[in-house]
Design a protein around this ligand. Structure first.
Ligand code: IPM
Ligand code: MG
Length: 358
């Protein structure tokens, strides 16, 4: 029997609730498909700081590196906002990404037909949207030196090296080859030197993928085009901060940020996580949408373990739950629906996924 080791990081806020539902669904499909999942719970974020004084204990890195994949919930919250930067939950996450070398963050934005009315945009604009933001994750202004604060002056540095751009560009072109073979590279080359290098290198890498059509777009225009006509996009290749912003924007096409998963991959272990944050304002109320995390678990099965049938089961189960009218609060306002809690949504999806229908 195939067996996979999963590092499980629940984190803060709604993290524990949504991870619990993803585990429920994973266990259901594992039983159906006959593989074994072994979880090790690890600490990160504010909850790790509260217990160990460090938002990223060494053990979390070590055990994660010796796992087959990491499933991650969310971190952060007001409670830890006043801490010095390196003690903050977000610093733990950034150090974690860097330590694992997960440079390529894949953030698909798809619009479920069943939720077409949940989007704040007109149905004809969003129907059929299926795009992928490929975001560079361990470089750019998030990590550039120097950074710091000197009294009333504070600074960060946006840096990319040729090698960093080469590897993320390959990642985007490879994904485009599996999709509609179109890449739009996002930059601010009319202003930033770093973007000029970015554009130059992306064009060089593109020569190795003659079947993929490459275009460039300034980030401000891309933000506008995403809501004007999102269907023009297939793969959007971005640096770290542009991808952070545009992926939140893209998520709204689907109706709720609670729906969209992500995979962060590099040379070895991948991290699978919802794109949303820890939402401390709704934590513990049982109203968080677990679909983004369940969908991230499906990406983990597909990309990290090659368990494609099990992943299909989960994706189909999510669609079925939505088609049957089940809705968590965030996606409930526009349709006549069956309002359900975090826990109920997880159970419904787990049941459908386990029906052994492929
Ligand atoms: C994300 C989040 C993180 C980021 C934060 C929590 C550090 O917004 O994964 O998009 O900016 O990368
Ligand atoms: Mg973000």
């Amino acid at each position: 029997m195939n067996s996979y080791k999963i590092a499980l990081i629940k984190g803060d806020g709604i993290g524990p609730e949504i991870i619990e539902e993803a585990v429920k669904v994973l266990d259901a499909v594992a039983a159906c498909e006959g593989f074994d999942l072994e979880y090790t719970e690890l600490l990160m974020g504010g909850s790790a700081y509260d217990i160990t004084g460090d938002p990223l204990p060494d053990e979390t890195i070590e055990v994660s590196m010796n796992s087959d994949a990491v499933l991650f919930g969310a971190i952060g919250g007001e409670k830890w906002d006043k801490l010095p930067r390196e003690k903050r939950p977000e610093s733990g996450l950034l150090r974690f990404r860097k330590a694992l070398g997960v440079y390529s963050n894949l953030r698909p934005a798809i619009v479920y037909d069943e939720l077409i009315n949940a989007s704040s945009l007109k149905p004809e604009i969003v129907k059929g949207v299926d795009l992928m933001v490929v975001r560079e994750l361990i470089g750019g202004i998030y990590f550039g030196e120097p950074k710091g604060r000197e009294g009333d002056r504070a600074f960060n540095t946006m840096v990319y090296t040729r090698d960093e751009v080469v590897r993320i560009a390959h990642s985007a072109f490879k994904i485009a080859m599996e999709r509609s073979r179109r890449v739009v590279s996002i930059d601010k080359a009319n202003v930033l030197d770093v973007s000029q290098l970015w554009r130059e290198v992306v064009e060089e890498v593109a020569l190795e993928y003659p079947e993929v059509m490459l275009t460039h777009m300034y980030v401000d225009n891309a933000a506008m085009q995403l809501i004007r006509n999102p269907k023009q996009f297939d793969v959007m290749l971005t640096g770290n901060i542009f991808g952070d912003i545009l992926s939140d924007e893209a998520s709204m096409l689907s109706g709720s940020i609670g729906l969209l998963p992500s995979a962060s991959v590099g040379n070895k272990i991948g991290v699978y996580e919802p794109i949303h944050g820890s939402a401390p304002d709704i934590a513990g109320q049982g109203i968080a949408n677990p679909i983004a995390t369940i969908s991230s678990a499906s990406m983990m099965l597909r990309y990290a373990f090659g368990e494609v049938v099990a992943a299909d089961r989960i994706d189909n189960a999510i669609k079925q739950a939505l088609a049957e009218g089940y809705r968590t609060k965030d996606i409930s306002q526009f349709d006549a629906v069956e309002l359900c809690s975090t826990n109920e949504m997880g159970s419904i999806i787990a049941n459908y996924a386990a029906k052994c229908k492929r």
